[in-house]
Design a protein around this ligand. Sequence first.
Ligand SMILES: Nc1nc2c(ncn2[C@@H]2O[C@H](COP(=O)(O)OP(=O)(O)OP(=O)(O)O)[C@@H](O)[C@H]2O)c(=O)[nH]1
Length: 317
Amino acid sequence: MPEFPTPHRSLRLGVAGPVGTGKSSLIAMICRAMAAEIRIGVITNDIYTDEDARLLRAAGVLEPERIRAIETGACPHTAIRDDVTANLAGVEDLEADFDPLDLVLVESGGDNLTATFSPALIDAQIFVLDVAGGGDVARKGGPGIGRADLLVVNKTDLAPYVGVDVEQMISDAEAARDGGPVLGLSRTDEASVARLRAWLLGLLEAHRAGAHEPQDPGPMAPHFHADEDGGYVHSHDEKHGDGGHSHGHEHTTGEHSYGAHSDARGHAVSGHDEHRHAEAVADRASGGATGGATVGASAPVSDQLSTADTLTASGRG
Ligand SMILES: Nc1nc2c(ncn2[C@@H]2O[C@H](COP(=O)(O)OP(=O)(O)OP(=O)(O)O)[C@@H](O)[C@H]2O)c(=O)[nH]1
C-alpha cells in the first residue's frame, strides 16, 4: 500500500545532465528504492531511439507499461524547455492511464551544461554530473548546476580511478549553488542512495502539502543558430510569440522533426532547424552574462528538507 494518498496530481520530477552521467541509472535507483512505497511512472527522452526506456524496462525496475519513451528528433533541450508539448502529453497520458501516480520521472536526453527543464513541464529537477566528467565541471556553473532543486555528483566510486577529489568537487558545487543541496551518489554506496530517497520523500511531502513551489533554474545561455542568412544569436530568456521575440527568419518545417508548436503556456514556439551552440559568440553578444550568474532562484525544498550539509556530509570521500 503506497505511503501517500494522491489528492493532487503526481509530482513531476525532471532528471537532466550531460551525456552518460548516469540519469537512467539514477531513475532505476529511485524505482528500485521506492516502487514498493509510491506509485511511479517514467518518461524517457532520446534523440533517435527509445534506448533508455528499453534499458529501464529490461532492468525490470517497474512494470514495462509504466515506462514510456519520447523520441525528440532534435537537441534534447528543445523537448524539455523550448517546446514541451510531446513530453507534457506523455506525462498526462501516463497519469491518466495509471491514475493515481505519486511520481512521474522525466529523463532528458543527455545534453550540455545549459539544458534545464521548463517549469511548464516539471515541478522540480535534478541535475546530474559525474566524477568521470572531471572534477572541475562543478565549477563551470550554468543553470542546472547553479539552480536545479538537487545537484547530484554521481559515480563517486570511480573517483580514485579518475583522479578526482570528491570532497573538493562537492564543495565547488556547493559554492556554485549558494548552499543549495548537493548529493554525492554511487550505486555502490547504499547510504548515498538512502539520502537520495530521503530527499525525494521530503520533496513529495512538500509537493503534497502545497509547500513546494516550482523554480525555473533559468533559460539557456543565448546561443547561435546557423541558417541560410548567416545565423543569429538566440536567447531563450525572450518571450516567444507574444511580440517579445522574433527570429527574423523563416524555419523550414521539413528540416526539423520537432516542428513549431505552442508550449504549455500557449506561447508559439519556433522549432529549431539546426542547433550550433557557440557560447563564445553568445557570451560576446550578451556581454558575458551567461546563465550561471544571472538568476538567483531560491531553493525552497532545501529549506524544508535535507540541507546541503546533510546530503553531503557522509557522501564525501
Ligand atoms: N561506476 C559507476 N558507474 C555508473 C554509476 N551509475 C551509472 N553508471 C554507469 O554509467 C554509464 C552511463 O549510465 P546511464 O545511466 O546510461 O547514463 P545516462 O546519463 O542515462 O546516459 P545518456 O542517456 O546516454 O545521456 C553506464 O555504463 C552505467 O552503468 C555509478 O554509480 N557508478
